[in-house]
Design a binder for this molecule. Structure first.
Ligand SMILES: [Zn+2]
Ligand SMILES: [Zn+2]
Length: 341
């Protein structure tokens, strides 16, 4: 089968012919219909996930089960499924021994989880074998290309919004209108919150309004001038913009960090009224459990959130990586390996 392969740290993606994986016990073999590109694919390619090479990236994977491994009773051939960043946990490390109820969350914090596109093969390929317990059934009628970005971009931002625990009449500001942010705006609006988009890009202002933003501002000072927000949902890895946006955060406001940045820490400015005097909080957020994933998939199936995607064949991997790594992707790149270009 054809697969995109990371061949070494900071080396370009290559398309290679590799063996189709086997449906081992506890796993399902999936024909990939769509596999979204997350900026974390770039971090993986740059070596931040350790020496995992050669490996196929991609953790926004959806497709159709074509074979079921021994011992799998919950999935069938023909099921439309998806998987996320973390498929399964070791079940034995100190974290696993806490037996937390949220499957996705438990797997995330395990000492040695099976991670899609890192320790295990990712989705930018024609087929993938996935731990059955790490799959979710897709709602009927939801297109594969709309479902794939929900597996990380949707899941991440929905978890961030949930973790902020917004109250009725509170105002949400989404920082950064990219792969995550354009989904976050729609999710906030779907819940009925007054929503502000914060973007430096003048050319994204109209789109932000179309996606549901009630107002669009360029930075935290402008946010403060229109009355501020109770939640800053940081969907960008541009922590400089996120730090500046705190200028527009109200008393008791929450900053939710959804974007990853391994190159610099997130810090809080000492300018203006001190952060603690405003009783503000910074919340770290990640995939919060598969019940959150189900919620966001349901919103997508009902048309409340629709990602804007650029599709690519596996053969276009080099071009796709260039667009992804340079921040030019608008707004989510998705490989469609089954479409045969
Ligand atoms: Zn991701
Ligand atoms: Zn574990």
């Amino acid at each position: 089968m054809k697969a995109v392969v990371m061949t070494g740290a900071n080396r370009p993606w290559e398309v290679r012919e590799v063996p189709v994986p086997k449906a081992e016990p506890g796993t399902v073999l999936v024909k990939v219909h769509a596999s979204g590109m997350c900026y974390t694919d770039v971090w993986a390619t740059q070596g931040y996930g350790g020496d995992i090479y050669p490996q196929t990236p991609g953790h926004e994977v959806v497709g159709e089960i074509v074979e079921v491994g021994p011992g799998v009773h919950t999935r069938k051939v023909g099921d439309r499924i998806g998987t996320t960043w973390v498929q399964s946990a070791c079940g034995r490390c100190p974290y696993c021994r806490q037996n937390r109820p949220l499957t996705g969350q438990t797997a995330m914090n395990c000492d040695s989880p099976s991670t899609t596109g890192f320790a295990s093969q990712g989705g930018h390929a024609e087929y993938i074998a996935i731990a059955a317990e790490g799959t979710v059934l897709l709602p009927d009628g939801l297109a594969y290309t709309d479902a794939a970005p929900m597996m990380c971009a949707g899941y991440t931002t929905w978890s961030g919004l949930r973790d902020a625990e917004p109250q009725p009449r509170e105002k949400i500001a989404v920082v950064g209108i990219g792969g995550l942010g354009h989904v976050a705006l729609q999710l906030s609006k779907a819940c009925g919150f007054e929503t502000v988009a914060i973007t430096h890009s003048a050319d994204k202002r109209d789109l932000a309004v179309q996606l549901g933003a009630d107002q669009v501002v360029a930075n935290g000072k402008e946010l403060r001038d229109i009355g501020g927000a109770d939640v800053l949902l940081v969907t960008t890895n541009d922590f400089g913009s996120a730090e500046e946006a705190i200028a527009g955060l109200r008393v008791d406001g929450r900053v939710v960090l959804c974007g990853l940045n391994f190159n610099r820490p997130f810090s809080i400015s000492s300018e203006g009224v001190p952060f603690h005097m405003m009783r503000q909080r910074v919340i770290g957020s990640t995939h919060g459990g598969q019940h959150y994933l189900s919620e966001v998939l349901d919103l997508a199936a009902r048309g409340k959130v629709k990602p804007i995607v650029e599709t690519f064949s596996l053969d276009q991997a080099t071009e796709a990586y260039d667009r992804l790594s340079s921040g030019k992707m608008r707004f989510r790149g998705v490989f469609t390996p089954s479409q045969g270009h």
